[in-house]
Design a protein around this ligand. Structure first.
Ligand code: ATP
Ligand code: MG
Length: 465
């Protein structure tokens, strides 16, 4: 009844096409149509849902998990949504705790699993079907600052980002509840924002990054109306708190399709001045090659389910900025090591204001960068000390990417590749002779070697040998 009334109010004037994502009409899709079974759902999520239902509440699996299963992908996790309040959920499950300040939700533990259980929320401007209506808790650009008002299931569907992310699965009836044609959109691989695109991006500009990420990761098309305002709204991302931007950017970079995502961000004009971490490098040919390699490498690792270190990734994304700042300082007469440390410090400080890389990654980034010049030392005990460094592996992988991108000579990478796996006696034979290294050091004292010039340095030392 309510849905029909709602639709009638919405459709006054002009008829609304069936796939318009501002229209709400509950469709219940039975198991024989969608094909998912409760065996696809984590036993922990099922137990929580059945317990909530037994206590008289509505409860469903929601969002990414339903979408992924329909697309034949393995969900990362199973989120549960219910009409029980956080306190009511907490009271039902002994091993649970309420978390979050902005969004209060409950973590329910069973075995070693934790399932996030949240209460239906409402109050999105998507309810209003009006481009100029601003959310009551929004800033001057329309960005929502508070969004913790409980609502009905239908309102909960509408405050989500894309129709594909707004499906509810009930493991008891094995039905999918769909208010926004999300099921059809998944079948036709259309990524469609819910409500009025302009308003929804203004409310939360990271939805722009999410659109790009989901399209690449799920191999979906961003529907034309959803895509249209994206290019013009790029500046809104500058208004997002840097830590939020970091979280969403990290998800994008670690989704296994970072290369496609970054190319897409670029094609949509979401690039310059917007994501500083990727800005400068693409204007520089060596930086461009380096970033492409890093992204390819990251995608491969994610797809092979290998771990990826965000510290390594951000060290790589910022490397050419550090390198440029370092070279500039050396050219102005500063000593190499202090110049590198100052360059690192300045680039990290500048970065913090835009896309805040959490402090916990500082140490690894700094170590990887600071170790790069040490790969040049191939005489005496220095290579042995470097091998023992706890971050040797990361710094070496990083240096190899620099070789592969053409920034430095592959000969250096090959030498370290052989050296680290060689027997001790063979290592001694590989060392550069002391007098050569002394000569190099003297030469370095006269005119500082720029890291980009290592090609020449190596050929000089090899011939001198
Ligand atoms: P992933 O597989 O990447 O985790 P996901 O869809 O589960 O994808 P989450 O970031 O975990 O993404 O969010 C869970 C759900 O919360 C989404 O499916 C969506 O319904 C909703 N959601 C998340 N972020 C937003 C947002 N910025 N605006 C509106 N709804 C959102
Ligand atoms: Mg998720």
């Amino acid at each position: 009844m309510l849905h029909k009334l709602f639709n009638r109010i919405f459709s006054q004037g002009s008829p609304i096409p069936s796939s318009d994502s501002t229209t709400t009409e509950l469709r219940i899709i039975p198991r024989k149509q969608h094909g998912l079974t409760r065996n696809n759902i984590s036993p922990c999520a099922i137990k929580i849902i059945l317990d909530l239902q037994k206590a008289g509440y509505l409860a469903f699996v929601v969002g990414g998990a339903v979408r992924d299963l329909l697309l034949g992908l393995e969900p990362k996790d199973f989120d549960v949504v219910t009409n029980a309040t956080p306190e009511e959920i907490r009271a039902l499950f002994r091993r649970s705790r309420i978390i979050g300040r902005r969004f209060r939700l409950v973590h329910v533990m069973c075995g070693s699993d934790t399932v996030e259980v949240s209460t239906f929320r409402g109050s999105s401007s998507a309810d209003k079907n009006d481009e100029v209506t601003m959310h009551k808790h929004a800033d001057e650009h329309g960005r929502i600052l508070r969004d913790n008002v409980f609502g009905s299931q239908e309102e909960d569907a509408k405050r989500r980002d894309f129709t594909a992310n707004a499906l509810f699965y009930n493991p008891d009836s094995e039905e999918i509840w769909d208010y926004l044609y999300g099921y059809n959109d998944i079948q036709s691989k259309q990524l469609r924002i819910i409500g009025t695109p302009l308003l929804r991006y203004r409310e939360d500009p990271v939805r722009i990054l999410r659109a790009v990420r989901f399209a690449a990761k799920l191999d979906m098309q961003i529907d034309a109306t959803t895509a249209k305002p994206i290019g013009d709204l790029a500046p809104l991302l500058q208004n997002v708190p840097p830590s939020r931007l970091f979280d969403e950017m990290l998800k994008l970079l670690l989704c296994g399709h970072a290369e496609t995502c970054v190319a897409d961000l670029r094609a949509r004009g979401l690039y310059h001045g917007l994501l500083p971490v990727l800005d400068m490098v693409h204007t520089h040919i060596l930086g461009e090659r380096f970033i492409t390699l890093v992204l390819k490498n990251t995608d491969e690792r994610v797809q092979q389910e290998k771990s990826v270190s965000p510290g390594f990734l951000f060290a790589a994304l910022l490397w050419h900025e550090v390198l440029a700042a370092w070279n500039k300082r050396k050219a102005a007469g500063e000593k190499s090591t202090p110049a590198l440390h100052m360059a690192m410090k300045n680039i990290m400080a500048a970065q913090e204001k835009k896309l805040a890389i959490p402090r916990r990654y500082d140490a690894i980034m700094q170590e990887i960068w600071a170790m790069q010049p040490r790969f040049l030392g191939r005489a005496g005990r220095r290579p042995f000390h470097l091998l023992e460094h706890p971050r040797f592996r990361s710094a070496y992988d990083f240096m190899l990417l620099r070789c592969e991108s053409g920034e430095i000579d592959m000969e250096l990478g090959n030498w370290w590749g052989t050296f680290q796996h060689a027997k001790v006696s063979e290592r001694e034979n590989m060392l550069f002779k002391n007098e050569v290294s002394k000569k190099r050091r003297r030469r370095r004292g006269r005119s500082e070697i720029i890291i980009g010039d290592i090609v020449n340095t190596n050929s000089v030392s090899s011939t001198a040998e």
